[in-house]
Ligand binder design. Sequence first.
Ligand code: AMP
Length: 219
Amino acid sequence: MINKNIIFIAPPAAGKGTQSGFLVKKYGLVHISTGDLLRDEVSSGSTLGNELNEIMKSGKLVSDEIVGELLKNRLMKDDIKNGFILDGYPRNVSQAKFLDDMLQSLNMKIDHVLYLSMDRDTAMRRALGRLTCPKCNASYNKYEEIFKPKVDGICDNDQTELVSRSDDNEETFKNRFDTYIKDTEPLLMYYDQKKLLRKIDNSGSPEETFAKIEEVICK
Ligand code: AMP
């Protein structure tokens, strides 16, 4: 067991969800994906959920206030005390400052900020082939051998039928990638100045990337 609080920064479809899954399985960390929290709200069919769906389908960011509130509620739960992974938060510098304040008030801190890089074309190919389990959120890829489910279109974990995310289409992907470059990449400097940032070589297989992550977090 390691009791660490980790942030992932990476372009869309670069493998944050996959690496988070490995960390959950091996180290029992809690995976907090703001995208999943927002998608749960969308699935609830509430008025807010419908508004969020429109924003997410466009590839733009949801307002800092809404995501901040969802995250705050999640961080209040007791299960995060043994360490958590933030996947998809913060997405801009103002969210990073909000997070700093929130963690300080909860007497917690971030231990590592892990940066997984990926070029635009590779990330786009990944996004367009991505399949997700609506039940356990596991991620697969119909185009890449190593990411295919054992049975076509079915989740290995719970045999649920896999779905494509509505924002994993070419047009939305381009917007998400542009949003990442404009709003999220400035976080690299923010966390580098705090001496928390570590760049992880993400050019090999998911297992190779995970081994690099372990070298950093288990030190
Ligand atoms: P993800 O699952 O992280 O790729 O997020 C999917 C979509 O949810 C993004 O394209 C945004 O529209 C929204 N989203 C997720 N996390 C955030 C965040 N921290 N701030 C604003 N919008 C977010």
